[in-house]
Each structure stands twice: as C-alpha cells, then as structure tokens.
Design a protein around this ligand. Structure first.
Ligand code: ACO
Length: 339
C-alpha cells in the first residue's frame, strides 16, 4: 500500500462524504434519432454515450444540487448547521444572480454557511475543491460543501446534432472537512493542479445571453444562448491537457501512474478517456466510466462518478484515486486523493 506524504503547505483536508442526484427522465440515443439526423451507432462509436438524464419540467440546477447535497451530508454524517461554506460549480446556474449556491443554502437550511458559485465549466468541481481547500487551510472554514451541478438541457440547441447528443443533467456533491490532528483519514486530498488558457475560449462556449451579446428579438433565431463547440479541436486539447495535469498531480504527490488504483476522468467521450488511460498507462479496469448512462454533465461528472464509485464499493482504504477534468475556458485540473 502506498501512503503519499502529507503536503506541508496544506492542513489535512478529507472528502468526508459524497452524494449525487440524477433526474429520472432518460433520453436514449433512439429518442434522439427522432429529433435530429443521427443514429445510435454514430453516437455510441464516436462518444460511448447510450443515454442521458434530463431534468423534469420546473426542476432547476439548484434543486438537483440540493438533493445531491442532502445525500452527501448524510454520508458525511454532518448537518446543514455544520456547514460553514458552500461552493457550487456550474455553467448552468438557475439565474445570473443570486448565486445558485445561495439558493442551495436556502433549500438545505445551511444558516451558518457563506455561499458562492464558481464558473470553470467541466473542471468546475475540481476548481471548487481546491478553493475549499484553501479556505480550510487558512483555518477560516472547517466543513465545506462542494457541489458540481448542471442543467445542460437548458443550454443545448436541440436542433444541432453536433452537440445535443453529448450532454445531460445531474448533480454531485462532496463534504470536505479539516482534520486537525494531521492524521491520515480516508479521502485525503493529497495534491491538486489547475490550469486555464483563455486564448482558446472561442472553441467551446455559449456566446450569447451574457452582457457581451444579450439575446434580442433580432438575434434570437441564431440560438446564441446555446452551446457552440469545435469538437475536434476540443478533443485534442482535452487529451493533452488531462494527461499533463494527471502527470503533474501525481508527481506533486510523489506517485506514479502505476500507483493509481482508480482513475476518475471527466466523462465527455470514451475515446478521450481511452486515450488518457493509454498515455498514462492506467488500464481500462482501473478507470471509472458511467458516461454511457449519463453523457457529459460538465461540472457534475466527477462528483457523480466519485459518489457511484464509493457507494458501489470500488473505493477501499489505501486506494489512490486520480481525478482529472477539462472544459470550456479552456480549463483543466487534476487531484490525487488517498482513500
Ligand atoms: N450524428 C451523426 N453524424 C454526426 C453527428 C451526430 N450526432 N454529429 C456530427 N456528425 C457528423 C458531422 O456533421 C460530420 O459530418 P461530415 O463529415 O459530413 O461533415 C461527421 O459526423 C464527423 O464529424 P466530426 O465532428 O469530425 O466527428 P468527430 O469524430 O470529431 O466526433 C465529437 C465529434 C464526438 C463531438 C468529438 O469531436 C468530441 O467528442 N469532441 C470533444 C468535445 C467534447 O467532449 N466537448 C464537451 C465539453 S469539453 C469536455 O467535456 C472535454
């Protein structure tokens, strides 16, 4: 069993519990065949996705986030009163303001917490975990709820076959806790690296609907308030950046890819996931995939996968878990967790 050293720059922070929520409605590839010119065969071979979940009428990002949060609090054995910080990572907030995190705070009754959102697209959950870790490190906060939640069905152009087959809705959450005695605990965050490259923002974005390009009656038919993506370019950068970030996070933890018991990559495309596994040298049986069932839920993919891995018994004491993500911005991040 490899026990990575405790980072002298950080106090010990652990993932004390996880939770996730997926809406009930399932949209299959067969359903999509009736909506756009596509096929189950094309979607499966190009992406690995078979079905995705779609939020119910009236169900918002904060509703899904609150449900995932309740499940994470239960698993961490903490109450809403114990929380002193809530961070929601999302690119599909309920509204521009207030922050979705404030809406979640109200829904779960976390009266002692402060709450804010961060926007880092598919890397959002790992960015939020690292922000939480810094708050915990200063001694300012002790028990932090970190959530990745998305209602991407509200940002998808359902007439665009290039993008509408890729995305889904859902939420995942984790409770992070400060451990004062410096002792080793399951779920210890060992190392994290993050990066961004704004010069490539144009390759993956929602160009309209914000202050730079408000939606008006004149431009409404251009669907500028939906996801626009250069798929091939995004694919290439995703593989390169996720491999480098993984290697950096492992090096920072004093570990090698062969030490990784479970790789939990952002769930965007099975070809991206396979390429990362091959380049790093982590075999498929040590890679977690639920992309086939949920599609790409952006900031929610990693916490949902982490929660499913934990609940299904795939995480055991002594395991080394490698989390890695890439998304619009571009943004990327990787974390090593010692379970
Ligand atoms: N059904 C059938 N045909 C399709 C569909 C579809 N749903 N979508 C595109 N096509 C067609 C295209 O029109 C094109 O046809 P043409 O050759 O006649 O022009 C053909 O399929 C090939 O299109 P490409 O875009 O070259 O297909 P590619 O093999 O690159 O796969 C995909 C596209 C799946 C989007 C891939 O590029 C990809 O996964 N990129 C990564 C993007 C991603 O995951 N983004 C999410 C956010 S970032 C992240 O999470 C990592």
């Amino acid at each position: 069993m490899t026990t990575p050293p405790i980072d002298p720059d950080f106090c010990v922070t652990t993932i004390a519990g996880t939770g996730s929520y997926l809406p009930e409605r399932i949209l299959t590839n067969a359903d999509l065949q009736h909506m756009v010119d596509t096929s189950d065969e094309w979607i499966t071979t190009r992406t690995g996705i078979k079905e995705r979940r779609i939020a119910a009428e009236g169900q918002s990002t904060s509703d899904m986030a609150a449900e995932a949060a309740r499940r994470a609090m239960e698993s961490a054995n903490v109450t809403a009163d114990d929380l002193d910080l809530i961070i929601v990572a999302t690119v599909s907030p309920d509204m521009f303001f207030p922050a979705t995190a404030c809406l979640v705070q109200d829904k779960i009754g976390a009266r002692n917490a402060i709450a804010f959102d961060i926007s880092a697209a598919c890397s959002g959950f790992l960015f939020a975990m690292q922000v939480a870790r810094h708050f915990i490190n200063t001694g300012n906060r002790r028990t932090v709820l970190v959530i990745g939640a998305e209602k991407l069905s509200s940002l998808v152009n359902w007439d665009d076959r290039n993008t509408c087959v890729l995305f889904g809705d859902g939420a995942g959450a984790a409770v992070l806790k400060r451990i004062d005695n410096g002792g080793d605990q399951p779920g210890r965050v060992v190392s994290t690296v993050m990066g961004t490259d704004g010069s490539l923002a144009h390759l993956l974005r929602v160009p309209g609907g914000g202050a730079a390009c408000p939606i008006t009656p004149d431009n409404a038919d251009q669907r500028l308030n939906t996801i626009h993506m250069e798929g091939r370019e995004t694919f290439k950068h995703a593989v390169t950046r996720m491999c480098h970030a993984s290697e950096e996070a492992l090096a920072k933890a004093g570990l090698k890819a062969s030490d990784v018991t479970l790789l939990i990559p952002h769930q965007a495309n099975h070809r991206i996931i396979s390429a990362i596994g091959e380049r790093l040298g982590v075999p498929a049986e040590r890679t977690f995939v639920n992309l086939d069932r949920y599609g790409n839920t952006s900031a929610a993919t990693i916490p949902i996968a982490l929660d499913e891995a934990r609940r299904s018994g795939r995480l055991k004491r002594g395991d080394i878990v490698l989390l890695v993500a890439f998304g619009g911005g571009f943004t990327w991040a990787s974390s090593v967790i010692a379970w």
